[in-house]
Design a protein around this ligand. Structure first.
Ligand code: AHR
Length: 329
């Protein structure tokens, strides 16, 4: 009888210790899934919406314990964050890579630690596909192709097809999948249209401030622009400010057509007002998608390796207040 009491006491103590350490709060399925998320930065409206979606979906309420790191636009910070997640023995690592190259070593370390890695938004260029479990994000090349197709159709509609066209190209961060895809689409279109010319390529790094400075300086020596192809909304806002200061008009009633990518709320409002001619959607709401991929893996399922999100193009002439109201970001 005494032995049984001692054993019971020991068992209760063990249970108490397990609960107190926080990892186990009841049955195994109630355990929080520990996720380390390396976000590349906070350069744009898109990124803010993406961070919000990720942190909301990977919340305690939803069964996750999230370790969040903002790399402030530096790959070396992302490498540090991932190594820290490995040290912390998280259950999953989620990586939004700033660029495609340079991930082999750190992801090999995650693989050796048997921590599955989920890529979100941009992709990586590593040859070994086993370095990550799956990816979810946009088809950036398709986005670029849709934007360029809109331009081709718009030129036909306005009777300007076949006429010389000078395009100012504001690029995103070099080597990022979003930049590679959108740039490739434009370059391919320029090869198809000998009458189109790239007037300049500006490395805007996806930020409004950088784009403003570059466009402002560019316009000091070249004002003969027909189109600005801006690889995100924030760089488009920077360009708009520089155009206004230079006394150049833009949008549906102006001299310069503006094409932007992301289609976040503020840009769509400007599109509705006719200030941006076309906004190509890039959907940032990946939080629930990543949470779903993790749940699939928790059930022992292997999700699709590549998970593309469907997107659409918004045009100033067909966008309505009603469409804008229904948008989530
Ligand atoms: O990778 C997605 C791109 O990154 C978005 O177009 C841009 O706004 C963001 O910074």
């Amino acid at each position: 009888m005494k032995k049984r009491k001692v054993f019971l006491g020991f068992f209760i103590l063990l249970l108490f210790l397990l609960c107190a350490c926080g990892r186990v709060s009841g049955p195994e399925e109630d355990r929080l899934i520990r996720v380390g998320f390396s976000q590349l930065g906070s350069e744009s409206d898109w990124r803010a919406a993406n961070t919000k979606s990720m942190t909301a979906a990977l919340s305690e309420q939803n069964g996750f314990e999230l370790l969040f790191d903002n790399a402030k636009q530096k790959q070396e910070n992302q490498l540090l964050a991932i190594r820290n997640f490995i040290q912390e023995e998280v259950d999953y690592i989620v990586l939004a890579p700033i660029m495609e190259s340079g991930w082999e070593d750190v992801l090999q370390e995650a693989k050796e630690a048997e921590i599955p890695v989920i890529l979100v938004d941009r992709q990586i260029s590593a040859e070994d596909e086993e370095l990550y479990s799956c990816w979810v994000g946009s088809d950036f090349r398709a986005e670029g192709d849709m934007a360029v197709q809109w331009l081709e159709e718009e030129l036909v509609r306005s009777g300007k097809a076949g006429e010389p066209l000078r395009i100012l190209h504001i690029r995103g961060t070099d080597g990022a999948t979003a930049q590679i895809g959108r740039t490739a689409a434009l370059e391919s279109a320029v090869r198809r249209h000998p009458e189109w010319e790239i007037a300049g390529v500006l490395p805007g790094e996806y930020t409004e401030a950088k784009s403003y400075e570059l466009v402002r300086d560019f316009l000091k020596t070249d004002r003969d622009i027909d189109v600005i192809y801006s690889e995100n909304d924030n760089m488009c806002f920077g360009a708009m400010r520089a155009l206004e200061e230079a006394g150049l008009s833009y949008g549906t009633d102006g001299q310069i057509m503006l094409i932007s990518f992301d289609a976040a709320q503020h840009a769509l409002q400007l599109c509705l007002e006719g200030k941006i001619n076309a906004c190509m959607e890039c959907n940032p709401l990946h939080g629930p998608r990543v949470a779903d991929l993790i749940r699939q893996m928790e059930r022992g399922e292997q999700p699709e390796k590549q998970n593309f999100v469907k997107e659409t193009l918004f045009r100033a002439d067909t966008l309505t207040e009603d469409i804008l109201q229904k948008r989530e970001y």
